[in-house]
Ligand binder design. Structure first.
Ligand SMILES: *Cc1c(COP(=O)(O)O)cnc(C)c1O
Length: 420
């Protein structure tokens, strides 16, 4: 079969129930700041509750980017502070530190998982301690839906006294060490995204979860202008029922009732979606087991939410060739209506991050593993409604393309050596 339209790398799954839930809100009294946002917060908190723990406090926002921003502010990230994250992430994972006036730095990744490498983190922390430049916050990004090695990162946070945010934008519905990602057992704040390409969607939307009542209170306030109507928080007696006070400089990062209703409805299918994504990933894994492709390796203590299915192309002998082969394979797949993608362009290679300012000024070569990963990683289509037939077509095409390009590039190499 040749697909008549491009198979995307990801796609939302909207049911009639989802649509009805949104329409119901439109007919109700509240289309923002009503009961659905609270329902959504509770539904996600319940999903993330580890059996022996309190349900975490949940704060729904209009995006994960906003949630990352108020998470940093709640942890008092500001001018003079440093935040570290992974270079293999979406730019929002590091922009949040810059919004707060802090400086950003990166920790190189582990090539097998694509996640922040705990050994690289340990080495960088030891150096930073000597230079008196330890980070205030480390943002661990669970790439593709697989948790980072949070035990190792948590142990380092105790040794070096930094706070941990987990950017779990890819990982709602995932588990780590038998606890749901988002239960905050290994971090101060967890962040989810509900953008349409993610596991479940509210069109745009995000959520911050924490077990700390103080952090929850700060994030609640910052989500809505830093304003309170609660007498116990006010500096003087309320002037009357209209009265409110602004106590901090917050934002309008609120989620609407329409978004929350969609989110609640989608949450009912979360575990089904994650199961389907795992089954599709397993089919890919089996198909590529004896090929030259290397899927990102799931670690034994994780259950990935499989937001993305990423494979690494075989490493050629030089970087330039890796780059050329990678580009060619993706172009060939797209010509065959498979929208192969790359997650992510290393953040430190973005022009904005290469500006020569004291906070930025990153260069090619700063995080070599991330750069190698970028020249080899391909995201293949993965979403619950991907059919078995489509997946077989993708598998066959990918395997054929990888063989083709390998032959082409070995011809190139022998031609080049003939010339020499
Ligand atoms: C999608 C994503 C974000 C941003 O999410 P929004 O809800 O679109 O703001 C942040 N971090 C990572 C890792 C993401 O994939």
């Amino acid at each position: 079969m040749f697909p008549t339209t491009m198979i995307p790398y990801g796609k939302q799954n909207i049911s009639d129930e989802d649509i009805a839930a949104v329409v119901d809100v439109l007919k109700s009294d509240f289309i923002t700041q009503g009961p659905k946002v609270v329902d959504f917060e509770q539904a996600i908190a319940k999903q993330c509750q580890a059996s022996d723990r309190q349900p975490p406090h949940a704060i729904a926002t209009n995006s994960a980017t906003s949630a990352l921003h108020i998470a940093c502010l709640a942890l008092e990230v500001g001018i003079g502070d440093s935040v570290w994250t992974s270079p293999i992430s979406f730019v929002a994972s590091s922009n949040c530190a810059l919004y707060c006036g802090a400086s950003i730095d990166f920790v190189d990744i582990d090539l097998n998982s694509g996640n922040m490498c705990p050994h690289a983190l340990a080495i960088k922390l030891a150096k930073a301690k000597q230079n008196n430049s330890l980070p205030k916050v480390v943002i661990a990004v669970h790439l593709a839906g697989q948790s980072c090695d949070m035990k190792a990162i948590k142990a380092l946070s105790e040794q070096y006294h930094f706070a941990i945010i987990e950017d779990a934008s890819h990982a709602v519905g995932a588990r780590y060490n038998n606890t749901p990602v988002g239960s905050n057992q290994y971090c101060d704040i967890s962040i989810f995204s509900f953008h349409p390409v993610k596991i479940i969607t509210s069109a745009e939307g995000g959520m911050a979860l924490t077990n700390s009542p103080e952090l929850a209170k700060k994030m609640h306030s910052l989500r809505s202008h830093g304003i309170t109507s609660d007498q116990t928080e006010m500096t003087e007696q309320s002037h009357g029922p209209w009265y409110y006070q602004q106590l901090a400089l917050g934002f309008n990062y609120r989620m609407t009732e329409l978004q929350a209703a969609l989110g609640v409805s989608q949450t009912r299918r979360l575990s089904e979606f994650v199961k389907q994504r795992n089954a599709l990933a397993k089919t890919y894994d089996n198909a590529f087991a004896n090929s030259s492709l290397t899927p990102l390796t799931p670690s034994v203590d994780t259950y990935s939410a499989y937001h993305l299915y990423i494979v690494l192309l075989p490493s050629c002998d030089d970087k330039t060739k890796n780059k050329a082969v990678h580009k060619q394979v993706i172009a060939n797949l797209r010509a065959k209506n498979i929208c192969a993608h790359v997650h992510y362009i290393p953040i430190h290679l973005q022009p904005y991050y290469q500006q020569s300012t004291p906070e930025l000024g990153f260069k090619t070569g700063d995080f070599p593993v991330a750069e190698e990963y970028y020249n080899r990683a391909i995201s293949l289509p993965l979403y619950p409604q991907l059919s078995a037939q489509e997946q077989q077509y993708i598998i066959a095409t990918v395997l054929a393309e990888v063989d083709n390009v390998k032959e082409e590039s070995s011809k190139l190499t022998s031609a080049a050596s003939d010339e020499l």
